[in-house]
Design a protein around this ligand. Structure first.
Ligand code: ADP
Ligand code: ZN
Ligand code: ZN
Length: 750
């Protein structure tokens, strides 16, 4: 047997492995993650490395390959645990070890880029003014400009000085040498999320404690925290699901749990979906844990990211906050992982390994002896069904935490009825009236267009029915060529002239963009100030933060936006939330669309009335009787869960059943068909043997992307591990096929 070993873990290329022979007596001890001593280089000096893979294959001649000298025992490092995690990810999600390692190991930047540094002025204001004047007298124009800039900004990022201010290094260097300026590395809370200016002001004007003193937990919160801590100290590491309604104070409970593990000298990772990872959220953690907090987000450069991970490794930071990838923080003694908004789709990686942070966190917790806490107001079916089965411990928070704050009143406006009664506008009369009333009282309004997973579909404006596949019970997708297609089974049909359910001719594709709505709103309420938040308006750096801050500061009366506006933001002055067309997310061609709709509507409803003013939510829809909408309106998660779970059981969708989807793509349609037919041939045999249930092959919802054709196959089987085996077999077989090098295959297991 042979071991592939990484010698220098902080090397940019973690795929630089070296192969060694495993001597017989060591065979039992060597697996991925184990630290070993190996002879290295010409002098055969012993060095420490990490085993990343054990294999029986080698490309070297026997005399060229050296033996592993020994196993390092006694201490387990974070790297060792992360490599073990990578091994598990490779197996569980079916990726290469290389891809898995690149995902879990932080990559060091060989040269620290100057841009990661900030210039700080060491002079007092008086001295600075004098120095600037002196530079002016001597006609050192550039130096004068730089010094004057420091009168307004105590800190100027090096990159800004060079690029935006066009200052040459020759201008900066003498000032550094004289000690007038100093170069410091950026610190966490000076990252793009947290502008210095805002921190200086201290207040965020929108919820959260204004002082550093922790809030006193209410009895519900206290009971959860106390029970968790008691069991934690007794060594109980069962995964917990904290199911608490919007605004019930889950975040404050997390704080208490984190405090508990920090006091024991252990560390915590808090995962928050990027979109909810705002200045406001981070500041709450900062107020509780000060400089022990580290933050990563996708806007950081690789170098900045690495610095944050270094702070964790060195023990300077004890709490890491970030999106899914923060899971791979190299803490030495991880005690707790929190996964907030556990239901969010952003926890699933779209790159290989296509890991889900929930399962991966569970594995990491197992490897490190940490506890895992999942939190949500609308738990995923996966998590809640595990809680129901007793695999997760369930904690509940049933009431809003802020004194005086209540759940909003939710009503449903039936757009079919509006049409019947002559209102052709996209605003129901109820919503128009409520907007007039709230705006008249100086309150704020949010209008939400849930386009998540939005694909073109056809529905009837009279009866609300969307056109569905007769075989799969998912909505048919309207393709550009005008045909309706089921992307699960390939069924195709021409669009009917009349609604198949009620005969109405008002049948059409669905769609109005946020821009159009902004325009309509401006016309209807000319006296109100309107802000729009969607991909277009937030694409520039910090755009997302800016719009939210402006709305929180009362710079607008109405905020129109996509799902971006409903995630975890706290706007105390919003008294009305209007959901413009709940159906948009209800009829995407995905078996999870009912769940997504319920989640979005519940989260949207959670935005209204976060403060004492009573909140009101109006959900507009063509399908008021759909259970996702009925249950969201009554804010009844359990009822929703029962109906949705029944649907998954009947139609064999996860989590009631394992699902393997195979996406095959190719530039050449003929090759694609050849590959898909071959795959189909292999799995059809499995189906006949009763081992799986098969759907497809069918064109992907978007069949042709960038001149690449794509088709899907779905395999269902109750047992996930059987599906993994089938996947491995498919991979092995297709690897031998003549078409293999002309197609891309993407596997996804759920
Ligand atoms: P969730 O994470 O469940 O949505 P948060 O933790 O954000 O809820 O709390 C919602 C609001 O209630 C916040 O403004 C928070 O400051 C406030 N809050 C939470 N717990 C308490 C408490 N025990 N006493 C007073 N206010 C609280
Ligand atoms: Zn109809
Ligand atoms: Zn179908």
């Amino acid at each position: 047997m042979y071991a592939n070993i990484i010698i220098d873990i902080s090397h940019e290329k973690v795929d630089r492995t070296f192969q060694y022979r495993i001597p017989k007596p060591l065979e039992g001890q060597i697996r991925a993650g184990v630290q070993v001593r190996v002879p290295f280089g010409a002098g055969n000096r012993l060095r420490t490395g990490y085993v990343v893979e054990v294999t029986d294959r080698t490309e070297w001649a026997p005399e060229q390959i050296k033996d592993v000298a020994g196993v390092v025992t006694g201490s387990v490092t974070a790297e060792s645990q992360l490599i073990q995690l990578a091994w598990w990810m490779k197996e569980y999600y079916g990726s290469t070890m290389n891809q898995a390692l690149k995902t879990v190991l932080p990559v060091k930047q060989s040269v620290r880029r100057r841009e990661d540094r900030v210039l700080v002025c060491r002079l007092s204001r008086e001295e600075l003014r004098e120095a600037a004047e002196e530079a002016g007298r001597k006609k050192y124009r550039a130096r004068e400009r730089l010094l004057r800039a420091f009168l307004d900004n105590p800190r100027i990022p090096y990159g800004v000085a060079v690029r935006q201010m066009h200052l040459a290094a020759g201008v900066i260097k003498p000032l550094l040498e004289k000690g007038v300026l100093a170069l410091e590395s950026q610190q966490i809370w000076r990252d793009p999320v947290l502008s210095m200016e805002k921190l200086g002001n201290g207040g965020d004007g929108a919820g959260g404690p204004e002082t550093g003193a922790p809030l006193t937990l209410n009895p519900e919160q206290r009971a959860v925290a106390a029970d968790f801590c008691r069991r934690y100290d007794a060594g109980d590491r069962q995964t917990c699901l904290l199911y608490g309604v919007t605004g019930s104070g889950k975040t404050e409970v997390y704080m208490e749990l984190i405090r508990h593990v920090l006091a024991q000298g252990r560390q915590a990772i808090v995962l928050i979906p990027e979109i909810a990872l705002t200045y406001q959220t981070v500041l709450r953690f900062y107020r509780n844990f000060g400089s022990r907090v580290a933050v990563v987000n996708s806007r950081l450069s690789a170098g900045e990211r690495y610095d944050q991970f270094e702070r964790a490794r060195s023990g300077e930071a004890g709490v890491m906050i970030g999106p899914r990838s923060a899971l791979f923080t190299p803490f030495s003694n991880l005690g707790l992982i929190i996964l907030d908004e556990e239901h969010e789709t952003a926890y699933k990686s779209e790159l290989s390994p296509r890991y889900h942070a929930r399962e991966t966190a569970q594995k990491l917790a197992e490897l490190t002896g940490a506890a895992l806490v999942l939190g949500s107001a609308t738990p995923s079916l996966e998590a809640y069904s595990r809680a129901m089965a007793g695999r997760y411990r369930l904690y509940r928070l049933t009431k809003r935490a802020r004194p005086g704050s209540r759940m909003a009143r939710v009503t449903v406006a039936d757009l079919r009825k509006e049409l019947r009664e002559g209102n052709k506008s996209i605003f129901s009369r109820a919503l128009q009236e409520a907007m007039e009333e709230q705006l008249g009282q100086g309150n704020q309004v949010m209008l939400f267009l849930n386009r998540r997973g939005y694909a073109n579909f056809m529905s009837c404006r009279s009866c609300g029915q969307a056109l569905k596949c007769p075989h799969c019970d998912v909505t048919l997708t309207l393709h550009k060529n005008g045909s309706l297609v089921c992307h699960y089974c390939g069924y195709q049909a021409r669009p009917p002239k009349k609604c198949p359910s009620c005969g109405s001719p008002y049948i059409a594709g669905f769609g109005a963009g946020t821009q159009k709505i902004e325009e309509l709103v401006r016309n209807m309420f000319p006296a109100s100030r309107v802000l729009r938040m969607d991909l277009d308006t937030t694409s520039k750096k910090g755009g997302h933060e800016e719009i939210l801050a402006a709305f929180a500061d009362g710079e607008a009366d109405i905020l129109v936006g996509t799902q971006m506006i409903v995630k975890g933001h706290d706007f105390p002055r919003v008294t009305l939330v209007g959901v413009l067309a709940a159906d948009l997310s209800l009829y995407s061609a995905d078996f999870r669309c009912g769940e997504r709709t319920f989640q979005l509507l519940t989260q949207a409803a959670g935005r209204a009335g976060r403060d004492e003013a009573a909140g009101q939510v109006i959900i507009q829809t063509y399908s008021p009787e759909h259970y996702s909408i009925v249950c969201a309106a009554s804010q009844d998660y359990e009822a929703f869960y029962r109906q949705e779970m029944a649907y998954r059981q009947v139609l064999h969708y996860p989590p009631a059943c394992g699902l393997l989807s195979v996406l095959v793509s190719s530039r050449e349609e003929a090759v694609l068909n050849e590959a898909v037919n071959a795959l189909y041939g292999w799995v059809a045999g499995l189906e006949r043997a009763g081992r799986i249930e098969l759907i497809g092959p069918a064109e992907a919802p978007v069949y042709k992307v960038n001149d690449i054709y794509r088709k899907n196959l779905y395999l269902k089987q109750e047992k996930y591990d059987i599906l993994i085996k089938i996947k491995d077999e498919l991979e092995a077989r297709s690897g031998q096929a003549s078409w293999f090098s002309h197609v891309m295959m993407q596997y996804d297991l759920a």
